[in-house]
Design a protein around this ligand. Structure first.
Ligand SMILES: NC(=O)c1ccc[n+]([C@@H]2O[C@H](COP(=O)([O-])OP(=O)(O)OC[C@H]3O[C@@H](n4cnc5c(N)ncnc54)[C@H](OP(=O)(O)O)[C@@H]3O)[C@@H](O)[C@H]2O)c1
Length: 129
């Protein structure tokens, strides 16, 4: 896929896969929006990317899944539109079922499922795809 001139929004961009994606995609002459909760970590990732002037930071919490429309609107305003949304942000848990309180499962569903669906729906409200 040719990413040249694309506007790409990556969630979970402050570490791991999202950080790696940001660094690789920044080599493609595209515009990037990097999101996660931790602004300082996003700034650090931005500084490690190519062409940091083509990269914007937009911190938010996927757990706030019912209130993501203003975030989607802000993201569109940064570069005029979004071509690609990479729904990578999320949490994982490694523990035995017997040791894992249901509150952990609830949080996983809120962030990983409802956060992802909420953000995709919020962005689709603006019908710019
Ligand atoms: N690596 C694997 O083997 C594997 C396997 C299956 C699924 N996954 C999933 O793939 C994705 C990336 O994995 P990874 O290994 O790169 O994980 P990671 O290094 O832990 O990165 C997760 C990213 O999601 C962000 N994040 C976490 N909670 C958030 C929240 N409430 N709101 C907004 N952003 C949030 C984190 O940033 P902040 O802390 O700054 O918010 C971070 O940037 C995750 O969703 C993970 O669950 C990974």
């Amino acid at each position: 896929m040719d990413f040249k001139n694309k506007i790409i929004w990556i969630t979970g961009a402050s570490s791991g896969i999202g950080k790696g994606l940001a660094k690789e995609l920044s080599k493609n002459d595209c515009k990037l929006i990097l999101s996660s909760r931790r602004q300082e970590s996003l700034e650090a990732v931005k500084s490690e990317c190519q062409q940091p002037e083509s990269i914007a930071i937009l911190p938010f919490d996927l757990g706030d899944y019912e209130n993501l429309k203003p975030i989607a609107e802000k993201a569109i305003q940064l570069f005029g539109k979004i071509d690609i949304l990479i729904n990578n942000g999320g949490i994982s848990q490694r523990s035995l079922v017997i040791d894992t309180n249901i509150s952990v499962d609830k949080r996983l569903m809120e962030v990983n499922y409802l956060g992802t669906v909420g953000l995709s729906k919020a962005l689709s409200c603006f019908r710019q795809f």
